[in-house]
Design a protein around this ligand. Structure first.
Ligand code: OOG
Ligand code: MG
Length: 285
């Protein structure tokens, strides 16, 4: 065998090993999800895991879900708040993929039996009407949306104690578990999306409150950033995509029987696991 053939065979072998490692790590995370068993973060055993590889693990995990009949319905942005970025020691957000099985109808119950240690976050979500490609301005991103709504995201890290580094949480699809969308408001031109009051209510009392400004400065800026991040990986944002723009406050542990509500100023509420006392809720905005 000539030297160059030997070298190319060696490269192929190491590429194969790399692909195999990606597939194995995706399967480990998928099994943790299915078995509802938290695992030690991947970077303990693989300290040199790169961000590109983490997204490849995320892709492989989504392919496993698609193989079980799920459909991609959108994306979620994570770590978009300064507080979370500081906590993680990073200066850029991450994204994850939302699938059909994660969607919970507004006001319905969510079984916690399929989760490990779920937490809830109040969010603002978009529905993209016109496909977006490449780097876009916030205005272009917002103009491509068919509506905006209040949302509740349920996150459920597959890592013990939510202990992860950036590559871990990317590989784990941004801790995605479930989400609820409130009623869609199609014409949001009169809303100042960059400064809306947001309350996460648990059992009819405010548990967290904040402003949409905490979402990457403006939820629309988070949406535009998602387009850039997808573009950097050669991807676009398809028409019809749901986009969770990121948490406006800290997450709160979700326990069985809780009634949860995200109230965003100017938008109808998103509700999860409501009780019959739902009509007693007061309106904040
Ligand atoms: C990562 C996901 C964070 C958000 O909105 O910032 C996230 C985590 O904290 O587990 O969804
Ligand atoms: Mg979130």
């Amino acid at each position: 065998m000539t030297g160059s053939r030997l070298v190319s065979r060696k490269i192929r072998t190491s590429e194969d090993a790399h692909q195999q490692k990606i597939a194995v790590l995706a399967r480990i995370l998928d099994e943790a999800t299915l078995r509802k068993q938290a695992i030690v973060r991947l970077t303990v055993e693989h300290p040199s895991l790169r961000l590109e590889d983490a997204y490849l693990i995320q892709d492989a995990g989504i392919r496993l879900r698609l193989g079980r009949g799920e459909k991609v319905v959108g994306f979620k942005m994570g770590l978009t708040s300064k507080a979370k970025m500081k906590q993680m020691g990073v200066d850029s957000p991450i994204y994850g993929v939302l699938t059909s099985s994660m969607r919970v109808e507004n006001g319905s119950r969510l079984s916690l039996s399929g989760r490990i240690h779920p937490k809830i976050e109040p969010e603002v979500a978009f529905v993209v009407r016109r496909e977006l490609h490449g780097r876009v301005s916030m205005e272009e991103a917002l103009n491509a949306c068919g509506g905006v709504c209040a949302a509740i995201e349920v996150i459920d890290s597959r890592f013990q104690n939510f202990d992860f580094t950036l590559p871990d949480v990317i590989a784990d699809n941004g801790s995605s578990s479930a989400f609820v969308l409130g009623p869609l408001v199609q014409d949001f031109s009169a809303l100042n999306l960059g400064n809306l009051g947001i309350i996460l209510e648990v059992d009819r009392s405010p548990a967290q409150s904040g402003s949409s400004e905490a979402i990457y400065g403006h939820p629309g800026a988070s949406l535009a950033e998602l387009c850039s991040m997808l573009h950097a990986r050669g991807l676009g944002l398809p028409s019809g995509s749901i986009v969770l723009s990121g948490a406006a406050t800290q997450a709160v542990a979700l326990k069985p029987g809780m009634s949860v509500r995200t109230c965003v100023q100017g938008l109808p509420d998103a509700l999860l696991n409501p009780t019959s006392a739902i009509r007693a809720f007061k309106k904040y905005f």
